[in-house]
Design a protein around this ligand. Structure first.
Ligand SMILES: NC(=O)C1=CN([C@@H]2O[C@H](COP(=O)(O)OP(=O)(O)OC[C@H]3O[C@@H](n4cnc5c(N)ncnc54)[C@H](O)[C@@H]3O)[C@@H](O)[C@H]2O)C=CC1
Ligand SMILES: O=C(O)C1=N[C@H](C(=O)O)C[C@H](O)C1
Length: 252
């Protein structure tokens, strides 16, 4: 008999948390044992007998939640954004003390988004210019989005490795920041608009041509297969996995 997957959801009353509560409740092979919101004591996770934690909270809280899970031997599936290199390094150090634990940090759980990011990283070295436009609902707390940051990091790494110079815009004067944030050498523009959920375009420009790689999440159900895959796979991937692509076979 396989080991039960007993799931505690943190941020359970949020937009993503509520969708995850439904998805986990509907999955016959997963047991939802705890739902925590802001102010709840993390001890409740242990009291409920959880083996896995899903973190869908806020960037300021996620690290504390995940470190608590790892210290207590629980696997974690994390969708919350804001995991910069300093936080990831502290998480790696904690995981080194608990080598059996698997943590997935997934900037985006939607399969189409994971593929779009992978395609963009692969294409990036062939184009002179690359910029990212991310578009989200106006209640999003962070900008740029975690997906855009991760996409820019992977594009930046691919271009560095290939020796591609920075996208050309040296003569543009930008006193008001209209050129957006710069992440790993890539300009990232954030739109917040009523009616949107989560969308991203990577614009790749060469002489006389443009390639646009666009992904749209119209509904948060798009994220749920990735959350469930994370829960089913985390224990099979000890240590830190950054990006759902680490659990998929995307090939070259
Ligand atoms: N990886 C992915 O595919 C996706 C990631 N996200 C990210 O997930 C996070 C949550 O997004 P939304 O659900 O839209 O936000 P939300 O604001 O609707 O939900 C966050 C919830 O966390 C709760 N919370 C705050 N501190 C907490 C704590 N210490 N313990 C437990 N709960 C706590 C809040 O009260 C709120 O209910 C954001 O960082 C967002 O960027 C969102 C969509 C998809
Ligand atoms: O807050 C959101 O909504 C989303 N957050 C994640 C991000 O910042 O990339 C994933 C997705 O874009 C939706």
């Amino acid at each position: 008999m396989s080991t039960p997957i007993n799931v505690a959801i943190l941020g359970a009353r949020g937009r993503m948390g509520a969708a995850a509560v439904k998805a986990v409740s509907d999955a016959p092979d997963l047991n939802l044992v705890a739902q925590l919101g802001r102010g709840d004591d993390l001890q409740a996770i242990l009291d409920a007998g959880a083996t896995h934690v899903v973190d869908l909270t806020v960037p300021d809280q996620s690290e504390e939640n995940v470190l608590f899970a790892v210290r207590n031997g629980l696997h974690a599936v994390v969708g919350t954004t804001g995991w910069d290199e300093a936080k990831l390094e502290r998480l790696r150090a904690e995981l080194a003390q608990h080598p059996e634990v698997g943590v997935l940090i997934a900037p985006n759980f939607a399969l189409g988004s994971v593929l779009a990011t992978a395609f963009a990283a692969r294409a990036a070295k062939y184009f002179e210019s690359v910029e990212i436009v991310e578009l989200h609902h106006p209640n999003k707390v962070d900008a740029p989005s975690g997906t855009a940051v991760r996409t820019a990091e992977l594009i930046g790494a691919a271009r560095r490795e290939a020796g591609v110079p920075a996208s050309p815009d040296a003569t543009t004067s930008d006193p008001d920041g209209a050129r957006g944030a710069v992440v790993d050498g890539v300009h990232v523009h954030a739109v917040r608009l009523r009616g949107l959920v989560a969308h991203q375009e990577v614009l790749l420009g060469g002489e006389g041509e443009q390639l646009t790689i666009r992904h749209d999440s119209y509904d948060r159900v798009s994220f749920m297969p990735g959350v469930l895959l994370g829960l089913r796979e985390a224990a099979n991937h000890p240590g830190l996995t950054h990006g759902l692509d680490g659990y998929l076979e995307l090939g070259q």
